[in-house]
Design a protein around this ligand. Structure first.
Ligand code: GLN
Length: 304
């Protein structure tokens, strides 16, 4: 498969389409990003790497970081994690509160804001210096010491994080958060503020295409069965109330963020990252979704 020609072709085609999305203006700093940025980068387990467009520019990975938080929490507490957070698609928006009342503070899955807030609470209870320990973990598994949080983005989100404050307090009222909600949220905003380029993202997530083993260092980051489960969660819950559509049109496990990034994994083949800041109504990158749909359709490789 000549991924280079295919990516160039699909990239040029999607670059030209009318972008019907909007940047995530509810976080003021994200609204300032140039909406014309568009980058793609692929890393394969055979060590083929290729990118185009703004693939080396860093952006706010936002909810993609929820996967990294989940991985660290899963490594620390194992299957006990599923007592605190479910593994079921919600069919609701990423910041929804509606199901929590009936579910007594147990979020449906770890990729909703509610779920990631609970995962953040688990990390806060288990790490000595959560902010430092988390970034060290991400740097280590990616072999990339250049990764950083953005204090500017974290502060911007904190200033207007009314729904997340509501979620944190609501879950705490059911006794499903151990720490002070404000401490949990500060850590949650920090992890959402991580910045990476498409190149860095695809290299970092490649281990999920390789049964949990890092291609770069040969380190086992997750067991084969844990890695399979993270992919299953990305497949069923990675795009909130658009997860079914993503499975239908793209057919890969993946995760989006409101910074306009998407990471998608083809087990045993590749990881691919796309970035385009304007989002569709479900909060997923408009052009990113279109790119991946065209790319997986034309490459005719499928996990199904
Ligand atoms: N930090 C964002 C929020 O809490 C993450 C949302 C997302 O990327 N979908 O609203």
């Amino acid at each position: 498969m000549n991924f280079e020609d295919l990516i160039q072709d699909v990239y040029q085609k999607i670059k030209e389409i009318d972008d019907k999305g909007e940047t995530a203006s509810y976080i003021p700093e994200l609204a300032k990003v140039d909406p014309n940025n568009f980058g793609v980068y692929i890393s394969t387990i055979n060590q083929f790497n290729f990118g185009t467009g703004n693939c080396y520019d860093k952006f706010s990975i936002q909810s993609i970081a929820k996967v990294l938080a989940l991985i660290l929490a899963y490594r620390i507490v194992g299957d006990d994690l599923w007592k605190r957070v479910g593994v079921e698609p919600s069919g609701t928006a990423f910041n929804s509160l509606v199901q929590l009342e009936a579910d007594k503070g147990i979020p449906r899955n770890p990729f909703l804001n509610a779920g990631a807030i609970v995962v953040s609470d688990v990390l806060l209870s288990n790490l000595k210096n959560p902010k430092e320990d988390f970034i060290h973990f991400v740097r280590r598994i990616s072999n990339n010491t250049a990764l950083e949080y953005s204090n500017r983005i974290a502060q911007s989100e904190k200033d207007v994080g009314y729904r997340n404050v509501a979620l944190g307090n609501f879950i705490k009222s059911f006794g499903q958060i151990e720490n002070e909600p404000s401490d949990v949220l500060n850590f949650y905003y920090d992890l959402c503020s991580l910045e990476m380029s498409c190149k860095e993202l695809s290299e970092l997530f490649l281990f999920l295409a390789n049964n949990g083993i890092s291609i770069q260092s040969n380190e086992s980051i997750l067991s084969e069965s844990q890695s399979k489960r993270i992919n299953a969660l990305m497949q069923t819950c990675g795009f909130y109330d658009e997860s079914g559509e993503f499975a239908f049109k793209v057919g890969l496990p993946g995760k989006s963020g409101v910074g306009g990034g998407i990471i998608a994994i083809h087990p045993d083949q590749y990881a691919i990252a796309v970035w385009s800041p304007k989002l569709n109504k479900q909060g997923n990158s408009y052009k990113g979704m279109k790119f991946l749909e065209e790319f997986t359709t034309r490459s005719e490789l499928s996990i199904f």
